[in-house]
Design a protein. Structure first.
Length: 364
């Protein structure tokens, strides 16, 4: 979802998108110079200074592009998005949704005989389909033309200030989509859904009608019961044929409970107790989770766990996040810029309805 030296070197589609991004920037410079040359003779000195010929330099765009990378880790919840980006599927911008086949049932007749002449069927499997949309995220920011001073010296700071403020809002919207989706996004009947509410995410109700557990206060025996094979979490993993989830994200309230010390009594008396590690250290070997991480994007007992497999969950990237200038047709027009990316999230189930993603919360 981001243009870096590594992603550009390893993904030809991202490289083509990068080339297209720079083509748009170069088109702006050409159009800008044509505008300046057309009006140069009638512009006063101050107006001409704020409309220096040449457009935006490569050094200017390097600052803007570096700012995108620096900000990708600073918004709450982006740590989840970035973790998933190692599983991204890069598509062309023409793709508004990514569909996939779900293999159906087939006859289970397999004959065993000496001569190989026993009857057997030649039926064909049926295919269903599922899919997820790839929405476009757009936002704008700008700098007043009189303050720009050609955007060659102090002007770049003005641009970066505006970009930083808007990128925070932009990334916040991306995080919200990856977690909760957007009910207004629909392509061919497939809704824009996130990790929490995706139809293919397994759900565990932690409320009184479900597992009835509060992960922010539960003690070690209660946690072992919940995560163990017979508990709600263990049974969800078993029913979906998950040996172990690679990562589990929990709220900081739950994290605070998990890192409490385990106090063990070694004899009679109030002073005969020792600390034997943390709750999480005792829990992990039995939890069916390889790693537990905290995030401020979740609250209370909420958690999200998934297998890091591209056939289980994958961000769908139609366009990495980039910034391009908007055309200016008059010398007194402000310098405006557009942030744009195209990204969705695909969570799959196999033909038996098994999923490698699970969300837990008080749903009742």
């Amino acid at each position: 979802m981001f243009y870096t030296a590594e992603t550009l070197a390893t993904n030809s589609r991202l490289q083509r998108q990068w080339d297209s991004l720079w083509a748009t920037r170069n088109i702006y410079n050409t159009q800008h110079n044509l505008m300046i040359n057309q009006y140069r003779n009638v512009m006063d000195g101050e107006t001409l200074a704020a409309n220096q010929s040449g457009g935006f330099s490569k050094d200017f765009w390097k600052e803007v592009d570096n700012n995108i990378i620096q900000l990708r880790d600073q918004e709450t919840g982006m740590e989840i998005v970035n973790d998933l980006m190692g599983l991204q599927t890069v598509l062309t911008i023409g793709k508004t949704a990514k569909l996939y086949n779900v293999v159906g049932d087939i006859a289970d007749d397999v004959s065993i005989s000496i001569d190989g002449q026993a009857p057997y069927s030649h039926d064909h499997t049926d295919y269903g389909s599922d899919g997820d949309p790839i929405p476009v995220f757009t936002a704008g920011f700008g700098v007043n033309w009189r303050h720009a001073a050609g955007l060659s010296t102090v002007g770049i700071d003005l641009v970066l200030d505006s970009q930083t403020a808007k990128m925070r809002q932009f990334n916040k919207k991306v995080v919200n989509y990856f977690l909760n989706g957007d009910a207004s996004i629909s392509v061919e009947g497939y809704k824009g859904q996130g990790l929490k509410n995706h139809r293919n995410t397994a759900k565990i109700d932690l409320g009184t009608s479900g597992a009835n557990i509060d992960l922010t206060t539960a003690d070690l025996p209660a946690l072992l019961a919940f995560f163990g094979f017979s508990g709600a979490f263990g049974q969800t993993a078993f029913n979906n044929k998950v040996d172990a989830y690679d990562v589990m994200w929990v709220s900081y309230e739950a994290w605070g409970n998990l890192i409490k010390p385990v106090v063990v009594s070694v004899g009679a008396g109030a002073g005969n107790s020792v600390v034997n590690g943390r709750i999480i250290d005792t829990l992990l070997p039995y939890a069916g989770v390889k790693e537990i991480r905290p995030t401020y994007a979740l609250k209370g007992s909420e958690f999200i766990a998934y297998q890091r497999r591209k056939d289980v969950v994958t961000p769908l990237v139609g366009m990495a996040t980039g910034v391009v200038p908007k055309p200016r047709f008059m010398p007194q027009e402000n310098y405006n810029f557009q942030i744009m990316s195209a990204a969705g999230l695909q969570i799959t189930r196999d033909g038996d309805g098994k999923s490698g993603v699970v969300y837990g919360a008080k749903l009742s």
